[in-house]
Design a protein around this ligand. Structure first.
Ligand code: SF4
Length: 382
């Protein structure tokens, strides 16, 4: 768990939520008879489930101790995130969920679905098709996928997911995004009041707490940050790039060498909050499909969207006065392998140093990471 340098009660709640797959706010929700739907990947329309009083929780493998059980179903050259996640599923660590939804995000995640329906007796298991392009035809298809999800959730859980209730949830989730964006804006200054490990703790927690409680804590933290001291003792302003990074301690190791992470393009980071869902369109499902597929910063699996992603990253580099970037990739992840290759060339062209590294899902080899980051900072300083 990241140290509470801010002495903030709100931050304490976020750190609790980010340091385990289940946390007190989920346990409270369950103890009052609430249902929880687990999901993988950031394209999931949380607003749709919340409209029916079901709590959506993004599944991580935080706290995983190994893959002994899942190794019977995954090969060693599969990405370590799905291997650890499925091991937790087989170990019963996800017992708090009443159902699970996945996407065909990549072949590795897809394998979780194929094994889950055969090995586990979860009564509600769905997989949605996530297009790789984001034009009108694909947005229409994605809307139909969300409609299909609405029907199966209503049937299985005996709830109604009405348009007006979805609209209310869109407003509530947009408030979350705006508040988080306000904190990001504070990091553009010369002395940001929050470091990268703390920021990732806050954004990871946003996928594991009921939004009304989360927003209340976020408003409190924002107030504290606005009146708090800035961080001045850092050697370089760094941007984090990559995919499934949900462990703030990895960033704490990097910042321990003197870097200050001031922004990111991560799927548990800025990509969750940079855009807004359009409100009051009269067709909230269409608005959700447009947002989750086309409007928000895209996942690297959307190959045709590379230029838009690179432009987004380029803008961040200048707005946050970034000195250098670190691209982390889970070993064997092809999708972020292609992205890393393309960005290495672009960063060279932009004249901004980039450190590319592969890693395992569990934070191992911290010593080697420290050495590489130190060398990277020295190159920037020289
Ligand atoms: S990190 Fe890559 S391989 Fe692993 S689950 Fe995500 S997209 Fe798939």
């Amino acid at each position: 768990m990241v140290e509470n340098r801010l002495n903030s009660k709100a931050f304490d709640r976020f750190a609790e939520a980010a340091s385990a797959v289940v946390n007190p706010s989920i346990e409270d929700w369950k103890s009052q008879g609430g249902r929880v739907l687990g999901y993988f990947c950031s394209a999931f329309p949380e607003e749709l489930l919340a409209a029916g009083g079901i709590l959506p929780v993004r599944l991580r493998a935080t706290g995983s101790e190994g893959t002994e059980l899942s190794d019977s179903f995954f090969s060693p050259v599969n990405c370590s995130f799905p291997r650890h996640a499925f091991n937790m599923a087989l170990s019963g660590d996800y017992a708090f969920i009443d159902g699970v939804v996945m996407f065909n995000s990549c072949d590795h995640i897809r394998r979780i679905y194929d094994h889950w329906i055969r090995q586990l007796d979860t009564t509600f298991v769905e997989i949605l098709s996530w297009p790789k392009k984001a034009e009108a035809a694909q947005v229409e298809f994605f809307r139909a996928e969300f409609e299909r999800l609405r029907e199966s959730v209503e049937k299985h859980f005996g709830v109604e997911l009405r348009d007006d209730a979805i609209e209310e949830q869109i407003a509530l989730h947009n408030r979350t995004r705006r508040l988080l964006r306000e904190i990001y804006e504070l990091r553009k200054g010369d002395a940001p009041p929050i470091n990268g490990a703390e920021m990732l703790t806050v954004t990871v927690a946003s996928t594991a707490m009921p939004k009304p409680i989360y927003n209340e804590c976020l408003e409190e933290l924002l107030g504290e940050l606005k009146s708090g001291d800035g961080i001045t003792d850092h050697r370089a302003r760094v941007m984090m790039l990559g995919g499934e990074l949900d462990n703030p301690e990895l960033i704490a190791v990097i910042e321990g060498q003197g870097a200050l992470v001031v922004t990111d393009s991560l799927c548990f980071g800025s990509r969750l909050l940079w855009a807004q869902v359009e409100e009051g369109t009269g067709d909230p499902l269409q608005a959700l499909a447009q947002y989750y597929l086309a409007d928000r910063p895209a996942c690297a699996r959307m190959f045709t969207e590379y230029d838009r992603r690179a432009a987004y990253i380029r803008e961040m580099v200048s707005e946050f006065k970034v000195d250098g970037a670190i691209f982390e990739r889970l070993t064997f992840c092809e999708i972020y392998g292609f992205e890393q290759f393309s960005l290495i060339n672009d960063f060279k062209e932009w004249g901004v140093p980039l450190l590319a590294m592969d890693r395992d899902y569990l934070l191992s080899g911290a010593g080697q990471l420290r050495t590489r980051v130190q060398a990277f900072l020295e190159t920037m300083e020289s």
